[in-house]
Unconditional design. Structure first.
Length: 592
């Protein structure tokens, strides 16, 4: 189905296909002064290049007559030097403009990726997105930075060379034009085929990047379950698909380049033969024939480069279409205002239901109130919707029905950025970036963090001792996803990060689950200080956290089946009593 779909969308050079690429160039806001410089030096290069055959003609004619002039040789040498210098300058600045286009596009894609909603990443492979930003932009870079350079100077050379060819001998020049319809007839169908092949090849590359990203990022899982043969088979199948499309691409080039070369050589043989006849009859001088052949090469070589540009353009159009799909994806909806957020008001969850794009209802008619400055614990069996509820509060998703308010104001009315800045979130996974401990603790803060602030946060999270024992202290690299640290150490750094953020609303998802009993007690004391006078929501599997909560909400299969204090629920709610006895760390002394 995919090749058929691509076939319908592959008009070779239609304006509809080229427009997104031109738009990318326009949005790069290229410096006008640089463009003027490029135009100037390219024109000078082309003129100097065109003067070389003309001076060569004079040199050959004078050698034939035995009367060589030093001034002609000096002019010839000066033309060579001028062409080389201006060619180098124009090539550099054209490359600079090409890089500017690619930089602009990559920044645009990067910013777009950061603004995509969580639901996008639920439905799409991360590796596919990485491949588009990396690999597809490389194709555009090749076109703009290299092929565009050759195309621009080539057009000037072709126009100038053709003018001088007609001036030298119009009848020989007309013979050249026989080759043009033949070249067009060859390149047009080849270009269409290259478009389809390139588009499918980029899809295979994206699939392989996705598979590679997944396998390497979860290499411990792969090795733990001895899944190397499974991953090996999947990877080799994808590589074989890439190989087949690569062969198809090579086949197009195998047809295109020899055919173009054959047409060019045939034209050259005919022109030389006819030119020799013209010299023999006295219609042309030997110098004029040499100049004609040099101009012929100056006209033909850019045409060959243009054929390469044509095939590169077809590949770039396929990549552009894929990149355009990302840019057209819906971003996170943020219609909220920049009004200040007063977190001293209660959070009201009113009749909220939610389901993912594909799946059953996760939450059904959930209603409760989180009082400001109080601790609200959410308990329930695995899969009851606790973490999903946290995601709704942070506006990662929008409720399918119902509403969440801060006081009387729906949270959707607030600026998304300002709303999320009110939260400090510590999850059970303790995600860390691949950087230093300092970078992880200070992550997300735009202000400058002093060493004193950072150390105090680490001390409060009971992380300072083990950090200072490391050879590089706070400058220690934690490795990808924090693999150089233990689970408890990662958790304490995540808690220090939340402490440093000084949020108005805390969300703790199993925040002390990876700590030993001693560390848990110290960190819990720090969290108790942090939770003081703050609105706090806790997903807890530990009895100590549940007992101290001001309100406990019991979630069962996406529905609230109980609300109250620990003692009230223990006495009246069978499921809660079962959770306390079986799932939480049971302490009989609390109920004596």
């Amino acid at each position: 189905m995919e090749p058929e779909k691509s076939k319908k969308q592959a008009p070779s050079l239609s304006r509809m296909n080229v427009r997104p690429l031109l738009k990318f160039v326009q949005e790069a806001e290229l410096p006008k002064k640089i463009i003027v410089l490029v135009l100037f030096f390219s024109i000078v290069e082309a003129v100097a290049g065109l003067m070389v055959p003309w001076f060569t003609k004079g040199t050959v004619d004078m050698l034939t007559l035995g009367n060589l002039s030093a001034s002609v040789l000096i002019l010839l040498f000066a033309a060579f030097v001028l062409q080389a210098v201006t060619g180098g300058i124009s090539t550099y600045f054209l490359g600079f403009l090409g890089e500017k286009v690619v930089v602009s596009l990559r920044k645009k894609l990067w910013n777009k990726a950061l603004r995509l909603p969580i639901s996008y990443f639920d439905e799409n492979d991360t590796g596919d997105l990485v491949s588009r930003i990396n690999n597809d932009t490389v194709i555009l870079k090749t076109l703009v930075s290299q092929q565009m350079v050759q195309l621009f100077t080539g057009i000037i050379n072709v126009i100038g060379a053709l003018f001088l060819l007609f001036y030298l001998d119009w009848s020989m020049t007309l013979l050249m034009f026989v080759a043009f319809p033949l070249m067009f007839a060859i390149m047009r169908p080849m270009g269409k085929r290259m478009y389809r092949i390139s588009k499918n090849l980029q899809k295979q590359i994206a699939d392989f990047t996705s598979l590679l990203t997944q396998a390497i990022s979860e290499i411990r899982l792969v090795k733990s379950y001895t899944a190397e043969p499974v991953e090996k088979k999947q990877g080799e199948q994808t590589i074989d698909h890439m190989f087949r499309y690569g062969l198809k691409e090579a086949k197009v080039y195998a047809y295109l380049q020899p055919l173009v070369s054959f047409v060019m050589m045939l034209m050259l043989v005919v022109v030389i033969g006819y030119g020799g006849y013209r010299v023999a009859t006295g219609a042309l001088t030997a110098g004029e024939l040499v100049a004609f052949l040099l101009y012929l090469f100056q006209a033909v070589m850019p045409l060959v480069q243009m054929s390469q540009f044509f095939t590169s353009l077809q590949k770039a159009l396929g990549a552009t279409e894929r990149l355009q799909q990302i840019l057209l994806d819906v971003e996170e909806d943020d219609p909220g205002s920049e009004t200040e957020i007063d977190c001293r008001q209660p959070i009201v969850v009113d009749g909220v239901s939610f389901h993912y794009v594909t799946g059953d209802m996760v939450l059904q008619d959930v209603s409760f109130t989180v009082e400001p400055g109080k601790v609200t614990a959410i308990v329930g069996p695995s899969g009851s919707g606790k973490t999903t509820l946290f995601s709704l509060l942070e506006r990662f998703y929008q409720p399918t029905s119902g509403e969440i308010r801060l006081g009387e104001t729906p949270i959707s009315c607030f600026s998304l950025r300002k709303w999320r800045q009110q939260f400090g979130y510590v999850s059970q996974e303790s995600p860390l970036i691949n950087g230093t401990i300092r970078e992880n603790i200070c992550y997300g803060l735009e202000r400058t963090v002093t060493d004193e602030e950072m150390i105090n946060a680490a001390k409060s999270a009971n992380a300072c001792t083990f950090i200072q024992e490391l050879p590089q202290g706070f400058e220690t690299h934690v490795g990808e996803r924090g693999t150089k640290l233990s689970g408890g150490q990662r958790q304490r750094i995540a808690i220090a990060r939340a402490l440093l953020r000084d949020p108005r609303i805390l969300m703790l998802d199993e925040a002390t689950s990876s700590l030993d009993s001693t560390s848990e007690r110290v960190v819990q004391e720090a969290l108790n200080l942090l939770m003081r006078d703050r609105t706090t929501l806790v997903i807890a599997h530990r009895l100590s956290t549940v007992v101290e909560a001001d309100k406990i909400i019991v979630l069962e299969q996406g529905r609230i089946t109980g609300q109250g204090t620990h003692q009230e629920l223990f006495e009246t709610h069978p499921l809660y009593r079962t959770l306390v006895k079986q799932q939480f760390r049971w302490d009989k002394s609390i109920h004596q």
